[in-house]
Unconditional design. Structure first.
Lengths: 273, 273
């Protein structure tokens, strides 16, 4: 029960930091900047920070920890893989649209592209994220991929995912820095600069919480073998059967279950989580 | 043997990326900028990037992976803790000197302090790093601290260390971005901007490699219990006794030893590594 409460607290804090970040980036572009439009001007550029924060940071963060939500353990592993891949695909699409916005704006205003460290690292991150998506689908969603390959690739998949997530936040912080300097909003410390600095801090807090949740082994989704001992059908739609099992796992009536089930699970689950 | 070779390859790549980063930051300030001095001018500011890269990034990175070097397993755990703490203390001192340089420069030139996101996040990182040092010494170097406290605090110590390390690299990338824009070296993409962008990429590569090495459980230092089965005295100075044991651990004459010893060790070592 203690472990479950800590998990929920960390999850709520992460969700709060993420949602407040989205509100902050929207207030930034709608109140302090030129709003949102698709006209080749500054309002088109503004889609860049908005879509990056919503897609490439918030959705990617949620995708990373989706397996850890106890409420999803009644769903089959395959269903969860599709949700994980789907959220990452959506994050990737939003990142690409966000890049189109910034290239469009640059080209319309004859501003050169790809000269800053922000642009270099950002493009590397988008390319590697695409590679991670393709390899992830190839390894874990194509049924014929050998289990031994899945197991061998898993450490790299997990490490790559966490590194890309952290890198994207770092690139966002560099983007915020650039934008405030280019808009000459820095040296005099106006309300806009302070407001956007707080957005930067919120993104770091969101990232730190997601990384904390994602790296606690005691909060892992139990292996299918363990879950099968608690219920007979692991499919998401079969709530009537898995309800009681889930309540045992997550509502804490058995004080030790949340942690204990996961501890038993660590060795079994190596090849496919 | 295979695991040992991969470890050495990762270590050499990290050392190379780190050392080339140091050369790059020195070339940047000595060749492209005003050199190094302690005169309140730009040459004093230049100590800021130099000391941050050498101390707060390179030395901190080495301190993080110091326990993983097989050549140090003949040293007692206490000796290694002192080296780990000493390197982190040195990194902290260099970071503080580096902050003094930038405040001195700002004050002499009447440039405001602490208005940018770089400065906010950088100061938070230095303060939390100091807290991590104090708590680390209190928990793991003061003999009377209960073993149960050490075990309970270890996940936070490891996570905090890795998060701070990643954050410091992100803050450095923001600093590079700021400096190039303020020096008006960006929009025309001169050789200096490209050179310094490469420095930024190198710092990310160094960070990624250190985080990879630090998070591979199969590369962990074996627990003292395991090491004691291979030699009778774990003290650093007693090479005559531990030499043969170390060769068994690290030279690969027993092909499985490097990985196997560490696997046996995982459960034993939870409370104090």
């Amino acid at each position: 029960m203690e472990a479950f409460r800590w998990f929920v607290a960390a999850l709520c804090a992460a969700a709060l930091a993420g949602l407040v970040s989205i509100i902050f980036v929207l207030v930034w572009v709608l109140h302090y900047r030129e709003g949102l439009a698709w006209d080749g001007g500054s309002a088109e550029f503004n889609w860049h920070p908005v879509l990056m924060v919503i897609g490439f940071i918030f959705l990617q963060g949620i995708a990373i920890i989706i397996y850890r939500l106890p409420w999803t353990w009644q769903c089959s592993k395959l269903t969860m893989k599709f949700i994980h891949a789907g959220l990452n695909l959506l994050a990737f699409i939003l990142a690409v649209v966000s890049l189109v916005a910034v290239f469009d704006y640059h080209n319309a205003a004859s501003i050169p592209n790809m000269y800053s460290l922000h642009s270099w690292l950002g493009l590397v991150a988008v390319i590697l994220y695409c590679l991670q998506l393709v390899l992830g689908v190839g390894m874990y969603l194509i049924p014929i991929t050998p289990v031994s390959w899945r197991a061998a690739f898993m450490p790299l998949h997990v490490y790559g995912g966490l590194l890309l997530f952290a890198s994207v936040i770092a690139v966002a912080l560099m983007g915020i820095t650039e934008k405030l300097i280019f808009a000459q909003k820095y040296s005099s410390s106006p309300p806009e600069a302070i407001f956007v600095n707080v957005l930067g801090l919120l993104l770091v807090v969101f990232g730190a919480l997601i990384l904390w949740i994602a790296t606690r082994t005691s909060w892992k989704r139990p292996s299918d073998q363990i879950l099968h001992t608690l219920h007979t059908n692991g499919d998401c739609e079969d709530n009537s059967k898995v309800g009681p099992a889930m309540s045992q796992l997550s509502d804490g009536t058995d004080a030790g279950t949340f942690g204990d089930v996961r501890k038993r699970n660590n060795k079994l689950d190596d090849q496919d989580n």
